[in-house]
Write a protein that binds this ligand. Structure first.
Ligand SMILES: Cc1cc2nc3c(=O)[nH]c(=O)nc-3n(C[C@H](O)[C@H](O)[C@H](O)COP(=O)(O)OP(=O)(O)OC[C@H]3O[C@@H](n4cnc5c(N)ncnc54)[C@H](O)[C@@H]3O)c2cc1C
Length: 481
């Protein structure tokens, strides 16, 4: 039985590990922390409360993450919602919910009634959407100068200020964790093509009904059931190179481990520190990891003494707080796995690309967000805030800045037996759980290919439906005749 060492127990390492274990390899996965999940995890506070490092959500178009959850028995722990609710400071609500029309018109009804935008805003958005539709998500100017920013792409399509602020920015800053002027338009356009236009279910939002770490219980057992091991609290400290080949990995106390192949599934910043100069020289794609920048996300956790919100989640417009999740409701049927111990209500707020909060104190952030929550949710004004926590993730994701893809290495390297996984590797996707799982599957496929075996783990994108399916079908027939 061939053996592989996987370093890193985030989604990328877990996906690679599970895929390789299923392919008959003996997997030993080493994770430096005492728990799995990496940047998408949860832990227990000293008072016994389970908190996610930050609320994570998936979308219907994330086909590989869905496949991974299914493989490890976690699919039933994700609740899907088909109604997204938006609230502006004037108290006007907007919804996105599929109606009876087929794609790409499924959201037209709710969009027409979307109160936080006026007719001019909507017409400008519709124009840009038509361009995405017409080009099947590939407008010609995306590749200009090695990549243009989303803001520039929107400017060229004459978007109103409010359309940018209350529509494009709201969706994309959350999806891509970066401001529009620092986001490559290819990622922004792709979000709208895959999640909102090409089919009627891609926009549906999946929210875990349990604390995040609970989603990975099945990974460990899947790897162990097939003869492998998951070793926690085991930071890899270096690579052992022999005659230009990777011969092992080093741990504390001079411990070394070796295998037939290695998958490094650590963040790019950690890999850059681990890789010896000789490896960076033998594979130039590994010499530029420091060019990939990072962007922050801040999570704010509020425990109120009573119910202040009925919806499972809402998006706030024109405020620092972007999303408010009703964790009490989301965990409600989780059979104890994420049950909230105290009475009252637990809310989790998310602020992506939270550069402005990095320098603020915990108390300043709590005051700012509490003020916004009280504005948006009248019941919160009467409630007592029992407890609050702020979790700042300064390097939450890689920044999807224009042209970033040229710095993202493939999963197979020029160094024999060395493979990479991680949301930051070349997946075509931004830094998401879907991107991480894709990278793990691609690393497993590349490793098997290098060994002369062939297996496909990567799942196809969500199939187009409605008029889009008919239109693409017609184009295919026309081009083949
Ligand atoms: C606050 C926040 C909110 C987010 N929200 C969303 C969201 O809503 N939806 C979404 O799709 N994505 C979201 N993301 C992004 C998503 O979490 C990541 O894209 C994904 O989890 C990355 O997985 P990964 O396996 O590539 O990397 P990681 O999760 O970083 O995994 C790398 C692992 O390697 C380990 N490691 C590092 N160095 C070593 C070493 N030397 N030895 C052993 N182990 C090591 C780390 O401890 C870690 O467990 C969010 C991220 C953050 C931080």
């Amino acid at each position: 039985m061939k053996s592989v060492i996987v370093i890193g127990g985030g989604l990328a390492g877990l996906a690679a590990g599970v895929a390789l274990a299923e392919s008959g390899w003996r997997v030993r996965l080493f994770e430096q922390r005492p728990f799995l999940g990496g940047r998408a995890t949860s832990y227990v506070l000293p008072d016994g409360e389970h908190v996610d490092n930050c609320q994570h959500v998936t979308l219907g178009c994330c086909t590989n993450l869905e496949d991974f959850y299914r493989r490890v028995g976690a699919a039933g722990k994700i609740k899907f919602f088909d109604r997204l609710l938006f609230l502006d400071p004037q108290g006007r609500q907007g919804e996105m919910q599929a109606g009876f029309l087929p794609a790409p018109f499924h959201l037209t009804g709710s969009f027409a009634k979307f109160a936080p935008l006026n007719l001019l805003d909507k017409l400008s958005i519709a124009r840009a959407m038509l361009d995405i539709l017409r080009t099947q998500g590939q407008p010609a100017d995306l590749q200009e100068n090695g990549g243009i920013s989303m803001l520039e792409w929107l400017r060229r399509r004459g978007q109103t200020k409010r359309a940018v602020e209350r529509f494009w920015r709201v969706v994309l800053v959350s999806a891509l964790d970066e401001e529009l002027d620092r986001t490559d338009a290819c990622f922004g356009v792709d979000v709208f093509w895959k999640a909102f236009l090409s089919n009627s279910t891609g926009y549906r939002m999946g929210v875990p009904a349990v604390p995040l770490a609970n989603l990975y219980d099945g990974c460990k057992s899947e790897i162990e059931r097939r003869g492998g091991e998951v070793i926690l609290r085991a930071p890899v400290r270096g690579l052992k190179m022999e005659s230009g080949e990777l011969a092992g990995v080093r741990f504390d106390e001079a411990r070394e481990e070796s295998a037939d192949a290695y998958v490094f599934a650590v963040p790019h910043t950690a890999l850059a520190e681990l890789l010896p100069e000789s490896v960076k020289q033998s594979d130039p794609s590994l010499a530029n990891l420091d060019k990939i920048k990072v962007s922050p996300i801040t999570g704010v956790h509020f425990w109120f003494d009573r119910t202040v919100m009925r919806e499972p989640f809402i998006t706030l417009l024109d405020t620092t707080t972007q999303w408010v999740f009703n964790k009490t409701a989301l965990y409600a049927d989780s059979n104890g796995a994420g049950k909230i111990s105290a009475p009252g209500q637990y809310l989790q707020l998310v602020i992506s690309a939270s550069y402005d909060l990095l320098q603020k104190s915990r108390q300043e952030i709590i005051d700012l967000c509490l003020g916004e929550v009280c504005e948006a949710l009248p019941a919160a004004r009467e409630a007592k805030l029992v407890k609050a926590t702020v979790i700042k993730e300064a390097a939450a994701t890689f920044s999807p800045e224009p042209g970033v893809d040229r710095w993202r290495p493939q999963q197979q390297t020029a160094v024999s037996r060395l493979f990479l996984a991680g949301d930051w590797t070349a997946t075509g996707w931004p830094a998401t759980m879907e991107g991480a799982v894709r990278s793990g599957y691609l690393a497993a496929e590349a490793l098997l290919r290098a060994e002369g075996a062939s297996r496909v783990f990567l799942q196809p994108d969500l199939a187009p439906d409605g008029f889009i399916a008919m239109w693409l079908g017609k184009q295919k027939t026309a081009s083949s005749s």
